[in-house]
Write a protein that binds this ligand. Structure first.
Ligand SMILES: *[C@@H]1O[C@H](CO)[C@@H](O)[C@H](O)[C@H]1NC(C)=O
Length: 275
């Protein structure tokens, strides 16, 4: 009993001593700081991790959106950057059904252009079904003799024409790449609408789409128009090229690598209890 209450007092004593310790040296490294799960920057960092995941998996049938942040810790590394340690639930992008929990770190480095992400997730969606859905979309697109053309997806009522849904999902996966690249600790992005889509009939194994998309920037509420080229073969990384009205040059995903500023190692199929 006594030992327990002493243990409880430990952190309290530390808190009392901390101001004294901090008063001395010139800004010592700050310890990890627990954030409220409702913290805006924690949600923002979790979305960045999911942009990265959605792009890296390159699977239009496996897109995830943020459910709820369960745990968030921020570590400030003076002169280097801010690192978020996160645990959050995810939802299927289309059905909003729960599809598993993720553990992620998102590291905003002062001298690097995009956040470094490491993410591992459990999944509850049937992986075989995902592969089959991806493949049937791919096959349908390969058999297309007249290229798919469409605009305003979703339309002003929020509806997506079923025939255009897979092309829209591929736009979400592709724009996840640029949303990951553009994200900062303070600025986040959602893909609001595909203004138009045009398919390119290719001779090789890939399917190839041109998109104009509108991104919604938060918290500024700005709308940003981007042009996107997405080339995809199931089971391979997406190739993405983009050009946004706010910049004046094309950017391109580096095919197949991607380990230098993030990783999705160990997307494993285990129960959430292991987290
Ligand atoms: C993800 O799993 C890998 C391999 O088990 C591990 O090295 C890494 O730290 C994990 N990442 C996170 C954010 O938990």
């Amino acid at each position: 009993m006594q030992r327990q209450s002493a243990a409880r007092l430990g952190p309290l004593l530390l808190l009392l001593l901390l101001p004294l310790a901090c008063g001395k040296g010139p800004s010592p490294p700050r310890a990890a700081e627990e954030l409220q799960v409702s913290n805006r920057l924690a949600g923002q960092a979790a979305r960045v991790a999911l942009h990265y995941l959605n792009y890296r998996l390159g699977s239009p049938s496996a897109l995830r959106a943020l459910g709820q942040v369960r745990k968030a810790t921020l570590k400030t590394i003076p002169g280097i950057g801010h690192k978020y340690y996160l645990q959050f639930t995810t939802e299927d992008y289309k059905s909003s059904l729960d599809v598993g929990t993720c553990l992620a770190t998102v590291f905003y480095l002062k001298r690097k252009p995009r956040p470094a992400v490491n993410i591992n997730c459990t999944y509850t969606k049937d992986q075989k079904q995902i592969r089959e859905d991806d493949y049937s979309f791919y096959k349908k697109m390969r058999q297309q003799t007249k290229p798919i053309i469409g605009n305003d997806i979703p339309d002003s009522y929020g509806n997506i024409e079923p025939a255009l849904e897979p092309a829209w999902a591929l736009a979400v996966a592709g724009s996840s790449y640029l949303m990951w690249e553009k994200s900062t600790e303070n600025l986040g992005y959602f893909m609001a609408q595909v203004k138009n889509v045009k398919q390119w009939i290719t001779k090789d194994d890939s399917i190839d789409f041109d998109y104009s998309v509108v991104l919604h920037e938060i918290p500024t509420q700005e709308m940003i128009s981007c042009h996107l080229r997405v080339i995809w073969t199931p089971g391979h990384p997406l190739k993405v090229k983009y050009f946004c009205s706010s910049e004046n040059q094309w950017s391109e995903s580096e095919e197949g690598s991607g380990t230098e500023s993030g990783s999705t190692s160990g997307i494993f199929n285990e129960k959430e209890a292991n987290f």
